[in-house]
Design a binder for this molecule. Structure first.
Ligand SMILES: Cc1cc2nc3c(=O)[nH]c(=O)nc-3n(C[C@H](O)[C@H](O)[C@H](O)COP(=O)(O)O)c2cc1C
Length: 375
């Protein structure tokens, strides 16, 4: 291995005792390979086997906690005990190569498509329709909010029983937890909405419930991470100042890590703070000494990963890059970093085991994945 890349391959010890073999994380990616009921297909197993190989930690694609959590259909499921054997198969596959296995748990809220949820009924913090759509979600009732919080806990218990090393609470990408935090999608005037403290109540209640279940059920150290998207682009919406307040509250919860969902690791705040540094640098300065941080976003080459790591964050997640080159880590450790591929070609679908729906989305969404001109 080229010695300059050693910092990427150093092990990391979480304070709860879990040791991760290196600093590279497989970013959570829903690639629609599970069966319609959310159980694991052979293709999905093959995907996780190749993409977990070499990384220190692998986070699964988002996994539903209740039947009405689904967004697209075909997501992984942890909404019932009958999913435990299937989850067990997934955890075993990820752990085979020594990666820590993290189940990302989520509820889609108003992002759900009516066709994939029971009775076509979409729920959210408030009845605010998605932009450009006339489908209004139903505002959740007090009792239902408690049920969803407990469903995050029950899914965590299933992850523990299935042998996962941790769960990641998905508070990012506009799904239900973010909908409660956003002043745009949360227009409630009860204890779950209003000022920023009340808008944080649901995200923090989910954290408390998940940590309670871990304390009760886990027989060995089990990681609890939280993923969030800093800022929303619309006004009213989550500002960088709001994000920093939530980050501070999460850091006080003794979470094992915070994971930031960004398309560009070096992106700068839009509004809410007067600071010319990147969002990750600002966040790292605020909480980086208290809670390990995972950064992500358009990192493809080992030099880009190294530069991101030098910002101070202990972990770098790779999403699209590990779809493009599943041997990314292996090539670095063998000193073959020059052979790392950072672009797809139009011939790669079968070789890389990319399912048809994802492949079509990739080639029909210009600019999403880097695609070489040559075929
Ligand atoms: C195909 C695909 C599916 C994704 N699914 C999820 C998901 O289930 N949960 C999640 O938090 N982020 C999801 N993301 C976002 C990634 O985790 C990551 O934040 C984003 O792709 C930026 O990282 P990258 O530049 O390394 O790809 C997905 C991204 C891709 C490309």
């Amino acid at each position: 291995m080229n010695p300059k890349y050693r910092p990427l391959m150093e092990s990391f010890h979480f304070k709860n005792g879990v040791e991760v073999k290196n600093r590279i994380v497989l970013a959570p990616m829903t690639i629609s390979y599970s069966q319609q009921d959310g159980t694991i297909s052979d293709e999905l197993i093959a995907y996780y086997e190749s993409r977990s190989n070499g990384v220190g930690m692998a986070v699964t694609g988002s996994t539903i906690v209740t039947p009405n959590s689904r967004v697209f259909g075909g997501e992984l499921a942890a909404d019932h005990d009958d999913k435990i054997p299937s989850l067990q198969r997934l955890a075993t596959t990820i752990k085979k190569s020594g990666a820590k296995s993290i189940l990302q748990i989520f509820h889609g809220g108003r992002e759900s498509s009516p066709e994939v949820v029971p009775n076509s009924e979409i729920v959210s913090a408030s009845a605010v329709a998605k932009e450009g759509l006339s489908v209004f979600p139903r505002a959740l009732e007090e009792k239902e909010i408690g049920e969803i919080i407990r469903a995050f806990g029950a899914s965590t218990r299933r992850a523990i029983e299935a042998g996962f090393d941790g769960v990641e609470i998905h508070g990012a990408n506009r799904f239900l937890i973010q909908q409660f935090f956003s002043p745009y999608t949360n227009q409630r005037d009860d204890r779950w909405g209003g000022n920023i403290d009340k808008r944080m109540a649901f995200p923090l209640a989910v954290v408390d419930e998940v940590q309670k279940v871990v304390a009760e059920c886990a027989k060995q150290p089990f990681l609890v991470g939280y993923r969030l998207s800093p800022e929303e682009e619309w006004t009213p919406g989550i500002t960088m100042a709001d994000t920093l307040k939530l980050v501070e509250a999460l850091a006080n919860k003794s979470l094992d890590y915070l994971h930031f969902s960004l398309m560009d690791f070096w992106s700068k705040p839009r509004r809410g703070v007067e600071d010319n540094r990147s969002r990750m640098e600002i966040i790292y300065e605020l909480v980086g000494q208290r809670v390990p941080v995972i950064g992500v976003g358009s990192i493809h080459t080992p030099d880009e990963a190294l530069r991101a790591l030098q910002s101070g964050v202990p972990f770098i997640a790779l999403g699209r890059e590990l779809i493009i080159d599943p041997d990314w880590v292996g090539k670095i450790t063998l000193g073959k970093e020059n052979e790392i591929r950072t672009e797809l070609t139009l011939n790669d679908q079968e070789k890389l085991g990319i399912a048809e729906p994802l492949w079509l989305k990739i080639i029909n969404t210009p600019g999403w994945f880097p695609i070489a001109d040559k075929t």
